[in-house]
Design a protein around this ligand. Structure first.
Ligand code: ADP
Length: 484
């Protein structure tokens, strides 16, 4: 249900059409630049981290050397204070642009390279942790500095921590190096971006070329050059599109050809009775004193020709109606046995005149969803033909049967039969096997075309089996339930 709603929403929404060219171009540029930007950001961050780590290790090593010297000289106990170590501390602090304080066991600062906090208490977390034997070092990313606490032991053999060297150093210097790398990376990205735009333009032009070729060929077709070869086989997609268009064009040509044929057939068929009427009327006029008998005979012939003309027009109108949409069907639940009985009742007098016996064999009672008027017309055409194209003392047998899905009407006759090679053609409009016989019996050549249209409208099927000289069998198969 949700899926259906979504589908309806999408079909109702009118999305603006996009340029495939533009879409491809943007995709190529984006897929090229986004990973590059992410990668260069990662590289810059990695360089910054590596530099900071290296700086911290360097500072730690130097302080550890100083710490060892302090241990050896008893610096914290004030045994030797010759200023050498103080100098070294000042130099380290200067080099790394930082501050070094030395804290003794009482948390009192005994040396500060800034010389502002000496003798003051310094009870910081890193100092306490260092006294507890934990090495401590932290890096503050936001403020760009790191702090390290290095223990100073009593002696090389006695590892009691007597004091702590705390160094705080700025990493601003590293940042400026990283900024240089960043600028270079940005420049590199810009160059690659413009190169990518250029190459994406070329690639898109090349990729779209087959579509442009297809479009220009289709334009030629639209301009009337219907014989243009529109096959573009470069891509599966262009091949499929051109094949689909070719098929549509072939079908359109066929439809156009059959329409032209139909129009010329109709004109010919309508002209034939009129020509006969004219010939008959002209001969009557041409004759001087026409005996009343001859006059009557000619008038009867003229009347027959008018009947034929009117039959052709009626059949054409019926056919045009069939060609309209299926909505024209007026489906009702009908008793097919009664329907066939009624048709045969109407046709029996005609059959009697031709000395043809009409038999109805109803195998079971059938009720089905059909358009009674149209189906009657279809069955009537079949039975009329079976009578018309029969022999003297012949028979017509109509059989009605059904299964759980379809009902079947079989119209068999003992007539002249139909040559096998024209079985496929007899359903065409105006096709007759024997033109003279059809005209004699007042046929329009449209009966079977109408029957087939009706059957197809009911989603059924019609087939013929016949042998010349032995008779014919037409079988209709129609679904019991009409499904639109
Ligand atoms: P028509 O008006 O000429 O009868 P139809 O479309 O009904 O036109 O039939 C087409 C042709 O098929 C007929 O002209 C006839 O030659 C042949 N035909 C149709 N039904 C039969 C049949 N039962 N026996 C022999 N020929 C038949």
């Amino acid at each position: 249900m949700r899926n259906e709603n979504r589908k309806r929403w999408f079909s109702e929404k009118q999305f603006p059409s996009v340029h495939l060219k533009l879409l491809l171009f943007l995709l190529l540029v984006l897929f090229g630049t986004i990973p590059m930007a992410i990668a260069s950001k990662g590289v810059v961050a990695a360089i910054q981290q590596k530099q900071t780590d290296a700086r911290m290790i360097e500072v730690q090593n130097r302080c550890q050397i100083v710490s060892s010297k302090m241990t050896r000289t008893g610096y914290l106990r004030g045994e030797v204070r010759d200023g050498m170590i103080d100098n070294e501390l000042d130099i380290i602090a200067n080099i790394y642009n930082g501050r070094i304080v030395v804290v003794n066991r009482d948390f009192r600062i005994i040396r500060d390279t800034f010389k502002i906090a000496e003798k003051r208490l310094h009870i910081a977390e890193e100092v306490i942790r260092c006294f507890q034997g934990e090495s401590s070092s932290k890096y503050n990313k936001e403020k760009h500095y790191f702090a390290q606490a290095i223990p100073v032991y009593r002696s090389d053999s006695d590892k009691t921590i007597e004091g702590v060297i705390v160094i705080t150093a700025s990493t601003e210097g590293i940042l400026s190096t990283v900024d240089v790398v960043k600028d270079k990376a940005l420049l590199f990205q810009l160059i690659v971006f413009f190169l990518l735009m250029g190459s994406a333009l070329v690639v898109v032009q090349c990729l779209m070329k087959p579509f442009r070729v297809l479009q220009s060929r289709l334009n030629q077709v639209a301009d009337g050059a219907l014989d243009t070869d529109i096959c573009v086989n470069t891509y599966q997609e262009t091949r499929k599109i051109s094949q689909a268009v070719s098929m549509t064009m072939t079908k359109l040509k066929e439809v156009d050809q059959s329409r032209q044929e139909f129009v010329s057939n109709v004109s010919h068929e309508l002209k034939t009775p009129i020509t006969s009427i004219r010939v008959l009327a002209d001969s009557l006029i041409g004759m001087g004193d026409v005996p009343a008998e001859l006059y009557r005979e000619f008038m009867e012939d003229i009347s027959d020709e008018i009947d034929r003309e009117s039959k052709i027009i009626d059949d054409l109108l019926a056919l045009v109606k069939m060609d309209k949409s299926e909505a024209e069907l007026n489906i009702t639940q009908s008793n097919i046995n009664a329907l066939v009985e009624q048709i045969l009742k109407r046709l029996r007098p005609i059959a009697n005149r031709s000395k043809v016996e009409v038999i109805f064999e109803s195998i079971r009672e059938v009720t089905a969803d059909v358009d009674e008027v149209k189906l009657s017309l279809a069955i009537t055409n079949l039975v009329e033909n079976a009578i018309k194209y029969n022999k003297e003392d012949g028979w017509v047998r109509v059989t009605l049967d059904a299964d759980h899905k379809f009902f079947y009407i079989k119209v068999a006759d003992s007539g002249i039969g139909i040559p096998e090679e024209v079985h496929g053609r007899i359903f065409e409009r105006f096709y007759r096997v024997d033109k003279a016989r059809s005209r004699e019996t007042g046929g329009s050549g449209l009966g079977l075309a109408i029957t087939r249209s009706v059957v197809l409208m009911h989603k059924g099927a019609i087939k013929v089996s016949s042998k010349e000289g032995e008779g014919s069998v037409f079988t209709l198969r129609v679904p019991l339930n009409y499904i639109a």
